[in-house]
Design a protein around this ligand. Sequence first.
Ligand code: TRP
Length: 326
Amino acid sequence: MKNKKRVLTGDRPTGLTLPIAAYVGTLKSRVDGQSSYDTFVFVADYHALTTHYEDSKHILTNTLGLVKTYLSIGLDPNTVTFYRQSRIPQTFRLNVILSMLTKMPELERQPMLKEKLALGHKLTFGLMGYPVLMASDILIMNSDLVPVAKDNEAHIEIAKDLARRFNSTYGKVFNIPEGIIGEVVIGLDGQGKSGKSTGGIYFTDDSDTVKRKIMGMYTDPNRIHSTDPGEVKGNPVFIYHEYFNDNVEEVKDLKDRYQKGKVGDIEVKEKLFIAIEKFLEPIREEREKIEKKGDDYIFDVLKTGEERAQKVAGEIEAKVMEVMGF
Ligand code: TRP
């Protein structure tokens, strides 16, 4: 295992599951890479507090839901190391050290902070420090590769800068991680991203819900009649077709006819519904099997992962203390 590169990534448990759009952004690459890389997937539970500190009671339920989502999309608990951020105390000690090396303007100019403030989140010390905690998550596990969606790209840069700054100040401990930047898929309304809390189709949605959401999706706003030529580019229905419909010929044909005004929205949406159902069906079946095993099974998976992760983090922390002379 040691010779494999380490891939590390995580999600904040701000909802019971993830939007399927996340599959395109980062989940698929985790599944595809799990046998080639030493894969660490963690639930950033303390990180959830950066925007939802009042909601601490939901974090555990959301964490369990998230791990079930990971397992049901095909991440193998015998291969992947799963853990909760809160169970790795070394992360938070490193966070204190790295925060000393972080200059405020570096945090002030992170694009995600502006987005979160625009959403109405309060500017807490914790929210400001989000990227430093994220850097701590990454560096304490000596990660090589970090798959994240584009909205986290600036955070990866901060992690790299902090790793370099630490190494040049005290001595080389950290590997310089590389980001693998995935796309952020837009929401069903064509606006923003299909975020965890801002709507979208979710892994746990049943068929009726999926159908209702697809039928309500935005298309080309300028197309009034199905005989009008339509715009495919930037059209949410076609973006989702691109990602979730593996029938390439069908997608091509639909686009073609749409641009010529020869297909109605209903047909395009019904075909998208079929494609998404085909994608979701095996995931739902897997989820059902996992639910049957009960929460104890999830706790077992986490416990095994946490033991391993703590060991890795402990080794890195020992080096940190050594080069710093504590
Ligand atoms: N910032 C990630 C998100 O948007 C979650 C996260 C926290 C993370 N720490 C990380 C991702 C470390 C990758 C590596 O949900």
